[in-house]
Design a protein around this ligand. Sequence first.
Ligand SMILES: Nc1ncnc2c1ncn2[C@@H]1O[C@H](COP(=O)(O)OP(=O)(O)O)[C@@H](O)[C@H]1O
Ligand SMILES: [Mg+2]
Length: 267
Amino acid sequence: MLSFLAGLVTALIIAVVAAAIFFFRCRRKTQIQQGEDVQQLGRLTGELAHEIKNPLSTVKVSLKLIREDLNDIMRENVQCDKQLRRSLKKIDVIGAEVNRVEQILEGFMRYVGKIELQLCDVDINELVGDMTDFFAPTCRDNNITLRQLLADTPMIVRADPDLLKQVILNIFLNAQHAMPNSGELMVKTQFRDKKAAVVISDTGCGIEPDRLPRIFEPYYSSRPGGRGLGLPTAKKIIEAHSGKISVDTEPGKGSSFTIELPLKADN
Ligand SMILES: Nc1ncnc2c1ncn2[C@@H]1O[C@H](COP(=O)(O)OP(=O)(O)O)[C@@H](O)[C@H]1O
Ligand SMILES: [Mg+2]
């Protein structure tokens, strides 16, 4: 039973990886050809990922039941204790891998999925202020000095506030990872022509020139445990708002990410 489940999980992982590779390959190729094909592929791979989630849930429930059975047997028969403990350990390993596949799938589905914007009037100063308040305790715990310099007047944009918060949080978290011991995180908002700009700067490790072109690529990550979807998702969200995201960096000194969003016409 255990080897069957392990086989099933492996097959699911292979299917997910193959779907992701297929999607991104085809996307690259068709960028020059037809945009419609890309959209269809995005939808298909999204559906495939969704389909894979169902058998994964069955695997999870089955693992839980097997675990309970083994625990019952162990209670009744102390002799086979050692063997059973080994089996339970294997079940935990499979369980952890199933959870990992589930998280990969969720990240993938969020990235390829169509963004539905819930637009409203958003004051960027207020939103950024809320996010710095939210992140302040994390900064304190990590010896990071947090500074904020907001424009004097409200900066109104038409935007989806929850998605913008997600973008800012992704950039904050990256800054935190870039400053593992201590550092400074500076958040500014500025009016630039007909745009609202948010500039988030850190005094972290910076980005080497050979890595720089890759940081907005899906699944590119330079850190252990990184998923490589934070910046691509941020870019996708900002572009869905007709905005732009860019980076300025100096290895060893730090990085500065700038988001620009069109101001509401009568701002
Ligand atoms: N503030 C930063 N300082 C240094 N490197 C960064 C910073 N932000 C992003 N990066 C680089 O970009 C990569 C991709 O970031 P991201 O898409 O958020 O994925 P992840 O955080 O999972 O690695 C990071 O692994 C890192 O190499
Ligand atoms: Mg990240």
